[in-house]
Design a protein around this ligand. Structure first.
Ligand code: ADP
Ligand code: MG
Length: 625
């Protein structure tokens, strides 16, 4: 006996590992899920959404420190489920491991209620539609204190009282009521924005703070962000086989100096992504000041199997199978939306679809053309450079009717022959679509705009932006095989470039040659310009190369573009005819014709519109005809 006792004591000294009591284990695990009242708000609201509720009310007392209650009219729980729901890893949302890859619900870990019950006093009332009586459960410290039948309407009400009452150290870590309330409102908004067809209210200390009737997405966003946004949202809407992007971006004037109203949802789940945020910012490009942030509420829906939401329970980060694609889509969709908005400012997105589809200028792509284009070399990078039209669904009705509209107009014009085969192909397609009337004079306005009559109205072309598009496509073709002709310089110009810039230039030499600049390095710092593009007047090549290096460096922060793509973009911007330059009839005609041989004549590579189209019927409407 004594021996055994000694042995036990001995073991007690050397073996120090033991299992934690359940309630402590639960408290520790709960720390991951429930960090503050707002975490419970998120979990309870999401459960209500998952239960199919159409009305969800959130009641808060004392910034959630005293009470967080969510009342829903969802499907409710049976007596057994009510009890089970508080067990760790208890969920109705997953049965097999494969289910993890097709999650459609907000929750799936089965941790939330167990966590809440470990760190607060919880009361739940719930009833299913097919049962006469509901269940009432009281639970605290993970222990069921009481369970009994009760009368209740169909749905569920869960109250979380006195959060961290049993973990004083954590209770002391809670912030001021104002700060905790801010977190709560943030979570509330994120769920409410994702489900506009559900009624949500938030009542704090007896005062209703939010009352969000079920309605359209736009209504919901304006209800939440404020009516100042009402006329200032541009709708984003692109559908593809891979994903759909929809929602709204604020017009450039709503950009703010602080990062404010920026929301991304993936499959209705709010996420934070610096990467996707960058995609939106870059789509705004020069439309907003460098130090300001655009507002947006964007929703991406895609096959759950290509997204990994199975990260940390409270983390909002997300992993995509191919994030580059998502980046490109987001950027293109926003650019497309902005281009449409700039092109037809009076055609608000609230107008009906018929009128929208008259806005043909924004949809120059037909199925045939898309196929033709995507086969050519040029367009391999072109697609990568995020032209929204390429991700447009090909079978949209308005696209088809739009095409036939132009085909049946039967206008013919002088087709300029072009050495580049792919351009010729595009030219043919394009000329079917938009026809600048031959033999009419073009008019230059303020040395910046060109007015050209078309078969159905007139175009207002921005000469600089249009030329940028023309050069961009020309350089893109060159950069991908069809090298531009070079004219040898009679008096080669020397260029002194030092340090990192010299290394950069050296790196760019082969690509520069493809677009017609033959530059050779003499030593580490001295470069010689031996030849320049055949269609450029000699004289400013030194400046051009220096400028290129400068711009290229700025571009470097703009990730995602290949070296070549950056070069092409810099060069086309740099070499474009500037606004303010007077043009002859012939120059204007060449520019307009060149523009309409382009694959995407209507926007610059960065998404600014190159021209506005004013159609006759639109003009008639404006004049009340
Ligand atoms: P999860 O949501 O990850 O499944 P939870 O702990 O949040 O885990 O909830 C556990 C289970 O309890 C859910 O799977 C669901 O079946 C049920 N449940 C929770 N809240 C509700 C509710 N408001 N209405 C109906 N059922 C609910
Ligand atoms: Mg849940």
């Amino acid at each position: 006996m004594l021996f055994l006792q000694t042995l036990l004591n001995f073991q007690g000294v050397t073996d120090i590992i033991h299992l934690l009591p359940d309630n402590i284990a639960n408290q520790i695990a709960a720390g991951e899920v429930i960090q503050r009242p707002a975490s419970a708000v998120k979990e309870l609201l999401e459960n209500a959404v998952d239960a199919g509720a159409t009305t969800i009310k959130l009641l808060i007392t004392d910034a959630g420190k005293a009470l967080v209650q969510v009342i829903d009219d969802g499907k409710g729980m049976s007596e057994t489920d009510a009890r089970m729901s508080f067990e760790r890893h208890a969920t109705s949302k997953i049965n097999h491991i494969e289910d993890l890859f097709r999650i459609k619900t907000m929750g799936f870990r089965g941790e939330a209620l167990a966590s809440i019950a470990a760190v607060a006093q919880v009361e739940m009332k719930t009833k299913r539609a097919d049962e006469a009586l509901g269940s009432f459960i009281e639970i605290e410290n993970s222990q069921v204190i009481m369970q009994e039948p009760c009368a209740f309407q169909t749905g569920t009400s869960i109250s979380m009282k006195n959060l961290f009452f049993n973990v004083p150290a954590r209770r002391n870590f809670l912030k001021s009521n104002a700060a905790e309330m801010r977190h709560i409102v943030e979570e509330f908004i994120r769920v409410a924005m994702a489900f506009p067809n559900v009624f949500f209210s938030l009542t704090s200390n007896g005062q209703e703070v939010f009352h969000l009737d079920a309605g359209s997405l736009k209504q919901r966003i304006v209800q939440i962000l404020g009516s100042q946004y009402n006329a200032k949202l541009v709708s984003v809407n692109e559908e593809t086989d891979y994903l759909n992007i929809y929602g709204f971006v604020g017009k450039p004037e709503t950009a703010r100096k602080t990062r404010g109203d920026q929301y991304f949802f993936v499959n209705n789940r709010f996420i934070k992504s610096a990467y996707l945020n960058h995609a939106v910012n870059s789509a705004f490009d020069e439309m907003i000041a460098k130090d300001s942030f655009p507002s947006y509420v964007l929703y991406i829906d895609l096959d759950p199997s290509v997204v990994d939401i199975n990260v940390h329970p409270t983390k909002q980060e997300i992993k995509f199978e191919d994030e580059k694609i998502i980046y490109a889509f987001v950027q293109a969709a926003v650019k497309h939306a902005l281009a449409q908005f700039s092109i037809a400012p009076s055609l608000d997105f609230t107008l009906n679809a018929d009128i929208q589809s008259l806005d043909a200028i924004s949809k120059p792509f037909t199925t045939d053309k898309r196929d033709a284009a995507s086969g050519s070399n040029l367009f391999k990078t072109f697609t990568q450079s995020n032209q929204a039209h390429f991700i447009e669904a090909t079978d949209k009705i308005e696209l088809k009717s739009w095409k036939s509209f132009y085909e049946s107009s039967g206008m013919s014009g002088a087709e300029q022959s072009n050495p580049a085969e792919s351009q010729q192909l595009l030219h043919k397609e394009q000329s079917k679509q938009l026809r600048v009337l031959p033999d009419t004079n073009l008019l230059q306005l303020h040395n910046t705009y060109i007015i050209a009559s078309t078969n159905s109205g007139f175009l207002l072309v921005h000469q600089q932006l249009a030329h940028e598009r023309v050069l961009y496509e020309r350089y893109s073709i060159a950069a991908h095989g069809q090298q531009m002709p070079t004219q040898q310089s009679l008096f080669p110009v020397e260029l002194e470039i030092i340090g990192a810039d010299a290394a950069l230039l050296k790196d760019l030499l082969p690509d520069l040659l493809t677009i017609g600049y033959q530059v050779e390095s003499k030593n580490d710092q001295i470069f010689v310009i031996q030849g320049i593009p055949a269609d450029i007047l000699p004289g400013n090549e030194k400046h051009a190369i220096e400028l290129l290096i400068e711009q290229f460096k700025h571009f470097s922060s703009d990730i995602k573009f290949s070296k070549r793509e950056k070069l092409v973009r810099c060069m086309s911007r740099q070499q474009a005819i500037k606004a303010g330059q007077s043009l002859s009839q012939k120059e204007m005609l060449t520019l307009v014709e060149d523009l309409f041989t382009c694959g995407s004549p209507n926007i610059t590579p960065t998404g600014s519109p190159t021209y506005l189209e004013f159609k006759e019927d639109y003009l008639d409407r404006m004049f009340g005809r």
